[in-house]
Design a protein around this ligand. Structure first.
Ligand code: NAD
Length: 259
């Protein structure tokens, strides 16, 4: 049974896409949320959207850049000052970066993507794990990607960072299971969020919707995933119902990884 009454959950990238969808699902089950994002406006929009579905939800927002360790420290401290504990952490903020062949992939672009997707996830884990170890409980879900478990092409920075997220997840899961803390990763395939819409527009301009259809024609389910489908998975993984799941990397991709 999934129950979030009195549970405190931090979500990075909470201003959009998968972060917002997970927040919505957790709020609907009574969870108290701290949403973190570098985009203040989208955080406000998330809060509004969540309150429209769950009128008595508790939603705090913190503007922070996950690549800055000091700002990471601050959102963790804010959560402790406000709620006194952290039950769950959806460590999810990420960017895709420009697509290019490896030899043409910009080094600055590589560093930028790795800095958000991998360093940001590491900084968050570091701070949150210290708290969870002291508490003797907690769950973390890191957002990897299909691109973190197999090659997708033209995405050196993204693939390196997401493979890194898988490594970090398994490494820390082995360390912290003994303290009652579970750590897993999700590996989404193509989910229709602003990130994916943006990259389709970058590739195909005004024809992005047709390009999207073509893109998912190779998926066994012939469609994009919906953010709420990922949100529901995260809500399950961060709940007490999933306590014995640890060090797992769970694809949510319509079966595309196994085709
Ligand atoms: P999105 O662009 O809709 O949301 C990402 C959010 O992260 C945005 O609100 C953005 O402002 C925030 N963010 C970016 N950089 C940040 C930083 N440095 N500090 C704080 N916040 C920052 O994208 P999404 O599709 O919801 O992606 C969420 C996660 O899921 C990412 O890690 C992405 O790589 C991963 N993912 C997405 C898909 C997909 O198909 N949508 C597939 C696999 C993995």
């Amino acid at each position: 049974m999934i129950n979030y009454q009195d549970k405190v959950i931090i979500i990075t990238g909470g201003g959009s896409g998968l972060g917002r969808a997970a927040a919505d699902s957790i709020a609907a089950q009574g969870g108290k949320l701290v949403l973190v994002d570098m985009n203040k406006e989208s955080l406000e929009e998330s809060r509004k959207a969540i309150l429209a579905h769950s009128t008595d939800a508790s939603v705090e927002i913190v503007e922070a850049n996950v690549t800055d360790e000091e700002q990471v420290k601050n959102y963790v401290q804010f959560t402790l000052d406000t709620f006194g504990k952290i039950d769950g952490f959806f460590n999810n903020a990420g960017i895709e970066g420009k697509q290019n062949l490896t030899e043409e992939y910009g080094s600055a672009e590589f560093e930028k993507v790795v800095s958000v997707n991998l360093n940001g996830v590491f900084y968050g884990m570091k701070r949150v794990l210290k708290v969870m170890k002291e508490q003797g409980y907690g769950s973390i879900v890191n957002t990897a990607s299909v691109g973190g478990i197999r090659g997708v092409g033209n995405q050196s920075g993204y693939a390196a960072s997401k493979h890194g997220v898988v490594g970090l997840t398994r490494n820390s899961a082995i360390e912290y299971g003994q303290y009652g803390v579970s750590i897993n990763a999700i590996a989404p395939g193509a989910i229709m969020t602003p990130m994916v819409e943006g990259s389709l527009k970058q590739m195909a301009g005004d024809d992005w919707e047709a390009a999207g259809k073509e893109f998912v024609s190779v998926n066994p389910m012939k469609r994009f995933g919906k953010p709420e489908e990922v949100g529901n998975l995260v809500a399950f993984l961060l709940s007490d119902a999933a306590k014995f799941i640890n060090a797992s990397v769970i694809p949510i991709d319509g079966g595309q990884s196994y085709k």
